[in-house]
Design a protein around this ligand. Structure first.
Ligand SMILES: Nc1ncnc2c1ncn2[C@@H]1O[C@H](COP(=O)(O)OP(=O)(O)OP(=O)(O)O)[C@@H](O)[C@H]1O
Length: 591
């Protein structure tokens, strides 16, 4: 007899999902600069128009100091009131254009951000759905949902508004620098020394920020995971009086995240301090040196005024560009895992290819054969769940799988459903090697009633329709759904719900009892009308009063189908024509 301890497997080293897990906060994966920019492609029209608006505002902004210089040096010296009011109206008109272009620019960039973030979320969600079940065995749900929410949002802010602000700052910086050179090359040289300092400070801080931001994001994901787990297990927490310890764990996790966020803010604050100092230093030096030039009559007061305004503009824009560098680094650190996930190929052949979904399955009679199948779960490669298992279930046969907990009963169901692939050996459906069958087609032949059926938030009708929404029977009428519910003995209790079939089931279907959920699951299996039926502890939540009713429904469901019954209940096992005993991942030979 094999014991668990010596159930070591000859399973190959599984390829682990590359995404970092809880304790790995650093990753070798690093998105290129271009990668995030490709996300902007779907909204390029809006962005282009936004850039045009930005160009208008930059040109206006750059022309203001020159206009002021002209005003000081010429206009106020001539006593021409008509000219003054004409100039006033012109300025109002320019300001209106400036305000309009600013509003348009903001709207265009914000809406482009919303478009980008939606497209990214959809892509990421699709990628996640396409991963194998073993991927989910190895990743925490809280972590993944954080990628979809907080990480994506962070990228949006940087890529759209942040990018726009930086671009405007860069344009202003370059334009201002050219105008400064034209005004006074001597004074401009001073700027050449000081401005690069602010870029250097940005580069230095940016690198550090990237790492810190990645840590913050990971710690936030940890908090999210903790909260999700607590909410999902809220009954257990209350039953065991563990509210205080749950609170402590959450406090600890959020305090850790706070510490990292504070460290990040400290870095950012010091950087802001340094750049602000550089900014004002530029102004002071310009003022002092410019004053000398005015005294030497090499510069007019108007020119000095406009020079100072340009110098301030250039210094501020340089800070803006370098600020963006910091933000970019932060966003890259925070979203490394988003790009890691996007780069992760869907798990073929485990994932259902999209166009397979609608291809009708080649009908099979329901004959199943496991030939020398060995398997270990990718998250536990050191333990064999099945070892050289041989099992033949004839079409239409009703077989019960029994055995101690951990013997491998549910694993057989998971392999049939193609959640995992055998490490060695073959599974045949009607002599067709399952490995050669498109996964979606294989699944069309199977229906499962689980021990703890999952219900989605939505109406009862939605939850029933879910069984066939994307299968070979593309649509079913409400009447067919109600007929299935009647056959599953679910119709009566559904009718008693506040809005009948239109009653909204809460998160995870909490409003229903275990037995009611199982009847919904049976109705789903009836709707699927598959050749092979798997009942995984399907009657575990039934009391004696409704057991007979359910059993009737199940008998009708099982008629003419290959049925695999996984159960510990003698009454359920008695429904089988043959009982297969499993022990330590193998079939126990009949004595
Ligand atoms: N998702 C998983 N990841 C890693 N190991 C798993 C996973 N599911 C099951 N196992 C392990 O595989 C072995 C077989 O488990 P399986 O769930 O098939 O047993 P079972 O006979 O259905 O047990 P039970 O009657 O308790 O449901 C056990 O050692 C179990 O710990």
């Amino acid at each position: 007899m094999l014991s668990y301890r010596n159930r070591r497997s000859d399973c190959p080293e599984y390829e682990r999902a590359p995404m970092t897990s809880k304790n790995q906060t650093t990753s070798a994966f690093s998105p290129s600069f271009r990668q995030p920019l490709t996300l902007l492609i779907p909204c390029w029209r809006r962005l282009l128009l936004g850039l045009l608006m930005m160009l208008i505002t930059v040109v206006i902004q750059l022309s203001i100091p020159r206009a002021i210089a002209y005003f000081i040096d010429h206009a106020v010296r001539v006593d021409d009131r008509d000219w003054l009011s004409w100039a006033g109206w012109l300025m109002v008109a320019v300001l209106v254009v400036h305000a309009g272009a600013t509003a348009m620019r903001l709207y265009l960039f914000e809406s482009a951000g919303a478009t980008m973030v939606t497209a990214l979320r959809q892509r990421l969600y699709q990628r996640l759905l396409g991963q194998s079940i073993s991927f989910y065995d190895q990743h925490r749900i809280g972590d993944l949902s954080n990628r979809l929410s907080a990480d994506v949002e962070q990228l949006k802010d940087t890529l759209t508004m942040g990018f726009a602000i930086a671009l405007r700052a860069a344009l202003t910086c370059v334009g201002g620098a050219v105008l400064l050179l034209l005004l006074s090359p001597a004074l401009s040289l001073l700027m050449l020394v000081i401005v690069p300092l602010s870029f250097y400070a940005a580069r230095f801080t940016g690198k550090k920020l990237r790492g810190k931001s990645r840590d913050v994001q990971q710690q936030l994901a940890d908090c999210n995971q903790l909260a999700q787990e607590s909410f999902a297990n809220i009954r257990l927490i209350h039953a065991f009086n563990q509210q205080r310890s749950a609170q402590q764990r959450y406090r600890q996790a959020t305090d850790d995240a706070k510490q990292s966020a504070i460290a990040s803010s400290r870095l950012l604050a010091s950087y802001q301090g340094v750049t602000t100092f550089i900014q004002y230093l530029v102004l002071l030096v310009t003022l002092w040196f410019g004053g000398q030039l005015v005294l030497a009559q090499q510069l007019s007061i108007g020119e000095l005024t406009s020079f100072i305004l340009y110098a301030a503009m250039v210094a501020m824009s340089a800070t803006g560009v370098s600020w963006f560098w910091g933000e970019w680094m932060k966003a890259m650190g925070a979203t490394e895992r988003v790009f890691q996930l996007l780069a992760q190929a869907p798990a073929q052949p485990l994932a259902a290819p999209a166009d397979d979904q609608h291809t009708p399955a080649t009908p099979i009679s329901g004959d199943i054969r496991f030939h020398n199948v060995s398997f270990c779960y990718p998250s536990r490669p050191e333990v064999a769940a099945l070892t050289q298992l041989n099992l033949h279930i004839k079409a239409g046969e009703r077989v019960a799988l029994v055995g101690a907990s951990g013997a491998g009963k549910s694993t057989i169901a998971s392999l049939l459903l193609g959640f995992y692939q055998p490490a060695s050996g073959q599974i045949y459906f009607d002599d067709i090697d399952a490995a050669t069958m498109p996964l979606a087609q294989r699944r069309q032949q199977l229906a499962i009633v689980e021990q703890e059926p999952s219900l989605f938030s939505g109406t009862v009708m939605d939850n029933l329709r879910f069984a066939v929404a994307a299968s070979d029977r593309m649509s079913v009428s409400d009447e067919e759904i109600i007929a299935a519910a009647k056959r599953a003995n679910a119709h009566e209790f559904i009718q008693r719900l506040p809005a009948g079939y239109d009653t909204h089931l809460g998160d995870r279907g909490l409003q229903l009892s275990g037995g009611q959920k199982q009847r919904i699951a049976i109705a789903r299996a009836i709707l699927r009308d598959a050749r092979i039926l798997i009942l995984d502890e399907a009657t575990s939540a039934l009391d004696e009063s409704n057991e007979n009713q359910i059993q009737q429904a199940l008998n009708e469901l099982m008629a003419g189908r290959t049925t695999i019954i996984i159960s510990h209940r003698a009454a359920t096992i008695a429904q089988a024509e043959r009982v297969v005993h499993l022990r330590a991942g193998q079939v126990v030979p009949a004595t």
